[in-house]
Design a protein around this ligand. Structure first.
Ligand code: AMP
Ligand code: MG
Length: 349
């Protein structure tokens, strides 16, 4: 299959190009599109066959449910049995934005979307291209991240091209995404609202108006005895090709240990990648050192994390030694992704 790549300027949208993409969606085809979090892989979320094509293109396990992307609150009402008051509160504060909410599904949502569950995950993305595409297509878009299953999520069109060219119908290049990590997933169907995946909207943000909010333990540690409440969280994710280790502890200890380990691996003839921050970059004098962002503004680390993991792949390193970050605010989402990317290889020093 030939994959058509079209470029759309987020600040000056060419409506005719969006129409072309929306027509493909209406025909049951697959179109990758930009959002403010990562690139999504879009298909008509109410068309079972189209959604099956999505799973196939990504190589995604069928029991890992998808998020429906919508462009209006009217659309939300058709997809769920009820919208609880707390959801309206979240919508007022964070939609459009990087917050996915889980509701009880209505009849029109096919089980292929929900992995057989009676609940459905829904979000309104904060990206004009995405919103226009959904609205022109006239249907909710199933939109998993537009990477091959298991790989780091794509934050620009080139990442999507590298993973999925030849497997999907169209890629809309809308430039770099902003947040850089997937949306926060908040379950509103249990006794108390619970975060199933940390993301751009943080625990602290939500705690401000949801005092009884909980966070699923599976988002914080990798442990075979803990089965995460969100089916997708049990799979290996975001993984670079190299073996990755994440170091946490005091700044000096982290640097010392990464340097020691780097020396050890290099003496074994391995190519070592070091993921540093602006504040620590100058401390590393061996290996392939990439700077992920600044500890003074952790949103920069979130924005660059997946890109840097893919750059290590391009450099063909055998091992990645990464500095961890504090787990408050957006740090919780960053460490969740680093934990998954490393298969839980966290080293506290
Ligand atoms: P992705 O499509 O890669 O952004 O992943 C979507 C995430 O949302 C996965 O971790 C899914 O497990 C989670 N998710 C989607 N629908 C549900 C649901 N009904 N219940 C729990 N988690 C869900
Ligand atoms: Mg994904």
């Amino acid at each position: 299959m030939e994959t058509k790549v079209i470029r759309i300027d987020h600040d000056q949208i060419d409506v005719n190009l969006i129409k072309e993409a929306a027509n493909l969606i209406k025909e049951g085809k697959i179109v990758a599109f930009p959002t403010e979090t990562v690139y999504g892989l879009g298909a008509n979320g109410l068309n079972e066959k189209a959604v099956k094509g999505l799973f196939e293109a990504k190589g995604r396990p069928q029991d890992n449910p998808l998020i429906l992307h919508i462009s209006s609150i009217d659309q939300l009402k058709t997809l769920v049995l009820e919208v609880p008051d707390i959801a309206y509160e979240c919508i007022n504060r964070y939609w459009p934005g990087p917050l996915t909410m889980i509701f009880k599904k209505s009849e029109i949502v096919p089980y292929v979307i929900t992995g057989g569950l009676e609940t459905v995950a829904i979000r309104m993305p904060n990206n004009k291209i995405a919103l226009e595409l959904i609205s022109q297509a006239g249907v909710p878009l199933a939109g998993p991240s537009a990477n091959l299953s298991g790989r780091p999520s794509p934050t620009n069109a080139l990442h999507v091209i590298n993973d999925l060219s030849g497997k999907i119908d169209m890629i809309i290049d809308g430039g770099e995404t902003g947040v850089g990590l997937e949306s926060t997933v908040l379950d509103l169907t249990g006794e108390a609202p619970m975060i199933l995946r940390p993301g751009g909207v943080t625990f602290e943000n939500l705690k401000e108006f949801i005092p009884d909010i909980l966070q699923d333990l599976g988002t914080i540690i990798v442990d075979d005895s803990i089965i995460p409440k969100s089916p997708g969280q049990k799979y290996t994710h975001y993984a670079p090709k190299a073996d990755m280790y994440v170091f946490t502890g005091s700044k000096d200890n982290v640097i010392k240990n990464i340097l020691n380990q780097a020396e050890e691996y290099i003496s074994q003839g391995k190519k070592v990648g070091i993921m540093a921050t602006i504040e620590t970059r100058s401390m590393y004098d061996k290996g392939t050192v990439l700077t992920v962002g600044s500890r003074k503004d952790m949103t920069t680390i979130a924005a660059n994390l997946f890109k840097v993991l893919r750059m290590f792949d391009d450099e063909k390193v055998d091992v990645i030694l990464a500095e961890g970050v504090e787990t408050d605010h957006i740090g919780s989402a960053i460490m969740n992704r680093m934990m998954k990317a490393s298969g839980g290889k966290l080293i506290n020093v």
